[in-house]
Design a protein around this ligand. Structure first.
Ligand code: AMP
Length: 111
């Protein structure tokens, strides 16, 4: 399977990794939309949040927990946004589940 984030997880594509757990990897987004913009992915390939929840709901919990740990370590004390684009209407471009951790300034409204 030709998946960019699988290649980042395996180390075949370089990334600025900020945190790792047994089942997740967090790395900085290549085109940050906020002063802090980190992506948290499961090591195992799941196309999106819905697929991951269906196959292994505990893994989705681990991804969200890892995202909260990243927000804490990035000192996003003023608040932050956790976001998982899911499907084409949401603009998902990489079809390997990833949770965006955005913060470091006041974020605009969604929508
Ligand atoms: P989404 O639009 O929700 O699918 O988000 C995909 C994200 O992946 C975008 O914010 C991209 O900037 C980011 N991205 C694409 N390629 C890379 C890469 N090689 N390393 C880090 N982030 C990437």
């Amino acid at each position: 399977m030709d998946c960019l984030f699988c290649k980042i997880v395996s180390g075949d594509v370089p990334a600025d990794v900020v945190a790792e757990t047994e089942r997740t990897v967090a790395f900085r987004d290549i085109a940050p939309q906020a002063p802090t913009h980190v992506l948290v992915v499961p090591r195992e390939h799941h196309a999106d949040a819905a697929s991951c929840i269906a196959a292994d709901p505990g893994l989705m919990v681990e991804v969200m927990a890892a995202a909260v740990v990243v927000a804490r370590s990035e000192r996003l004390d003023g608040g932050y946004r956790l976001l998982a684009n899911t499907g084409s209407d949401a603009g998902q471009t990489v079809h390997h589940l990833h949770v965006h951790v955005l913060g470091g300034r006041a974020l605009g409204a969604l929508g």
